[in-house]
Design a protein around this ligand. Structure first.
Ligand SMILES: Cc1cc2nc3c(=O)[nH]c(=O)nc-3n(C[C@H](O)[C@H](O)[C@H](O)COP(=O)(O)OP(=O)(O)OC[C@H]3O[C@@H](n4cnc5c(N)ncnc54)[C@H](O)[C@@H]3O)c2cc1C
Length: 414
């Protein structure tokens, strides 16, 4: 084991992601609570000829954070360093979680434009994989990154911004940690807003009838379709019958919380309190992004397929919408998306089922979520991502020795 710059010599403890399907044994772990710590770790790893990966909170299902080289733990890099109310931006240290942003942004009259199903991820991890919520006009976390500070493989600090370095930014907005270690991210925000949430269980036929209206009327329209009577509870939702959907509808509202009694399936609260749900680590998820215009056809075809392939496909299917962005590796690059996700049960051989989903969704133009299970190869990425070669060229320029790769990333981006 090499001696770590900050004196920490933890004897190669295994690192495991949140859900427990990915783990690694790094040869050393370094901790950073400042940008200078990050620089020192990278220089040290480079001198020792080690690759280096930096996990966020480990909520990716793919081995994107694994390494047998140096694992850089940036848990000390948290907090907001600046808020600009005029331009509605905040600069945030990389390991700050989405949950930690809620209150301070609210107190500044600001909020994240959108959020996903949980808020435990770090801001850097969310940007790195284009984490998203739902909303036809709302982009992913990649779409709101306007500038960042990143320590490169040479130990130098790079400052990227939309106006000064547009190409580097388009690459950094979704880089899966391959360009270097981000220390600070500047993100675009919205004025603080309340959301009115309605959770409605509807039979699929009703959803089919109301689909266009719900999509047009609500800020957020998404749903979980239940293939069996046992499906809903697997994600911790109330019981629902087979072929019912749990529909999530959010609308911005000027109404303050607590001004009138609401039915049990409705809430009005600050946006950041409405978005997150709590999941048990009892599923391994695959998620693909398809052209938004194909949403209904893609859903119907995937539903038919799942019904034919029981019993392994009993986790709910989730369907969401994301607006197009400009990030080179984003699955929403220049394309409005419908996002379909399905899950396998840990401890079962779900691979044949997920592989069939991959084949089916890829035929419909599916691009992968980098943090969720997929079956991509370099060859497949070339046809799916217009800017694949541009990203790879820039990655090789910034990191010629491949310090920020691991086996999983090398086979796709080496
Ligand atoms: C229960 C659950 C719910 C989820 N819900 C959603 C959802 O609603 N929408 C959605 O899109 N996704 C969702 N995800 C996926 C999740 O948002 C992504 O996988 C996200 O990347 C996880 O963030 P993290 O902080 O855990 O990062 P990790 O998974 O630990 O890392 C992700 C990537 O970020 C990189 N990274 C982390 N820190 C840095 C840094 N400082 N500099 C450079 N690179 C860095 C890592 O190297 C890695 O490549 C969910 C996952 C789970 C387990």
């Amino acid at each position: 084991m090499i001696k770590s710059f900050n004196g920490i010599q933890r004897q190669s403890p295994a690192w495991t992601n949140w859900v427990g399907n990915q783990s690694c044994v790094p040869s050393c772990i370094a901790e950073a609570s400042s940008e200078q710590d990050v620089v020192k770790a990278i220089v040290e790893a480079s001198q020792a000829g080690l690759q280096l990966r930096t996990p966020g909170t480990g909520h990716s299902f793919t081995p994107i954070s694994c390494t047998d080289g140096m694992l850089l733990d940036t848990r000390g890099l948290t907090g907001i360093t600046a808020i600009d109310k005029t331009s509605r931006t905040a600069t945030v240290r990389s390991h700050t979680t989405i949950a930690e942003l809620g209150v301070p942004l609210w107190e500044a009259g600001l909020a994240l434009k959108n959020q996903g199903d949980i808020d435990s991820q770090t801001i850097a991890g969310s940007v790195a994989t284009s984490t998203h919520g739902s909303g036809q006009t709302l982009g992913s976390f990649s779409s709101v990154l306007s500038a960042c500070r990143l320590v490169g493989a040479d130990g130098n600090i790079h400052e990227f911004s939309l106006d000064k370095t547009p190409d580097e930014m388009a690459a950094a907005q979704c880089s899966i940690g391959m360009l270097g270690v981000m220390t600070e991210l500047t993100i675009q925000l919205a004025p603080a807003y309340h959301l009115h949430e309605m959770i409605v269980f509807m039979p699929l036929d009703e959803l089919r009838e109301r689909w266009d209206q719900l999509l047009a009327e609500y800020r957020h329209f998404s749903f979980f379709w239940m293939p069996t009577d046992a499906s809903s509870e697997l994600y911790g939702f109330p019981p629902a019958m087979a072929d019912f959907c749990m529909v999530k509808l959010y609308q911005e509202t000027a109404e303050k919380p607590g001004t009138r009694p609401l039915p049990p399936n409705e809430r009005i609260d600050r946006s950041y309190r409405i978005y997150p749900h709590v999941f048990e680590p009892n599923f391994h998820e695959l998620e693909y992004f398809l052209p938004a215009a194909s949403a209904r056809d893609a859903f119907e075809s995937q539903r038919e397929f799942m019904l034919r392939n029981l019993p392994d496909s009993i986790f709910p299917l989730e369907l969401r919408f994301v607006a197009a962005d400009q990030a080179w590796l984003s699955p929403n690059y220049k394309r409005d998306s419908v996002v379909i996700s399905v899950s396998g049960k840990p401890g079962t051989d779900y691979w044949p089922y997920l592989k069939m989903c991959d084949q089916r969704l890829s035929e419909l133009g599916g691009r992968p979520h980098w943090g969720k299970l997929h079956f991509m190869t370099a060859q497949r990425l070339i046809s799916q991502f217009e800017k694949y070669e541009a990203f790879r060229t820039l990655r090789r320029k910034l990191d010629p020795a491949g310090m920020f790769l691991n086996d999983h990333l090398s086979q796709m981006f080496g």
